[in-house]
Each structure stands twice: as C-alpha cells, then as structure tokens.
Design a protein around this ligand. Structure first.
Ligand code: ASC
Length: 151
C-alpha cells in the first residue's frame, strides 16, 4: 500500500512538472547561457576599461577573441518562433518584436560580430587602443537589448 502511494505521488509530481515546464525551456536556457558567456567576457574587459582591475593584455586579448568567436556561432535554432515572453510558460524576457521585426535583431548580431572582430584586433595592444572598439561592442549589446529584451 505504502509503495503504491509513493508511486502515485511520484507520477503526480512528474505530471505537474511536465505541465508547468514550457515547450521551449531548453532553448531559452541555452540562449541565456550563451548571453552569460558574452556578458562574462564583456565583463572582464569592462573591469579593465573602468579601472576596476589593471589592464592585462593577454586576458583582454582572450576575452575579445571569445566575444568574436561567440558572435560567429549560429545559434538560430534556439530562437524558436513561439519562445517569446508573451506565451504562457516561457520564462524569458525576449519580446515578441524580435520575431515580428526580423531581421532587425539579426543586424544587431552582425554589428556585434563586426565590433568584436575589430576589438579582437586591438585588445592586446593597450587599454587606450581598445577603448573605442570596446564601446562599440557595448553599443551593439545595448541596442539589441533595448529593442528586444524586457526590463
Ligand atoms: C553586458 C551585458 C549587457 C551589455 C551592456 C552593454 O555585459 O550583460 O547587457 O554588456 O551592458 O552596454
């Protein structure tokens, strides 16, 4: 009897979990992780630009290369139609406008690719040399977030 109750409890919990999980949980998690990779590397550079840590040519070069390579990845499969914040069950801040105004978001990604490629070319040369390129990377990030990420 005890065993059966436990089995039904487990089944019930599994069903509830399935019902609460959105269809695009995996895609949403992956794109948030991708954003974290960008933010982490951007943060290493931001700390140097803002004087929070001393400039480190090797680390700056590495972070800039990581940004450039990440921006080259084709992660379009995680930006699925229906995975925006307007659909119940989607734990995301992505606005539906990302899809309705496409390819605007794609052009921001191109901007990020171009800016991070330029940054990769100068990040190891010195703090002053990398400042303008770093700022352009930040502009690409924030332009896209302003349009397509809810507060
Ligand atoms: C980041 C991050 C952003 C951008 C933006 C750039 O690291 O998470 O949203 O940089 O702050 O201006």
């Amino acid at each position: 009897m005890k065993r059966k109750q436990t089995l039904f409890l487990c089944l019930g919990a599994a069903l509830i979990t399935t019902a609460l999980a959105g269809d695009f949980d995996r895609e949403i998690k992956v794109r948030q992780s991708f954003m974290q990779v960008l933010a982490y590397n951007n943060g290493l550079l931001a700390n140097m630009v803002r004087g929070k840590v001393p400039y480190d040519a090797e680390l700056a070069q590495t972070a800039a290369l990581n940004l450039k390579l990440a921006a080259q990845m084709n992660m379009s499969s995680v930006w699925v139609v229906g995975s925006d914040m307007s659909v119940a069950g989607n734990d995301t801040k992505t606005k539906p406008e990302l899809w309705s105004t496409w390819p605007k978001a794609g052009s921001y990604l191109t901007d990020l690719g171009n800016a991070s490629a330029l940054l990769d070319g100068v990040a190891g040369m010195g703090l002053e040399q990398m400042k303008a390129a770093f700022s352009d990377v930040g502009k690409a990030c924030s332009a896209c977030h302003k349009d397509f990420r809810a507060k």
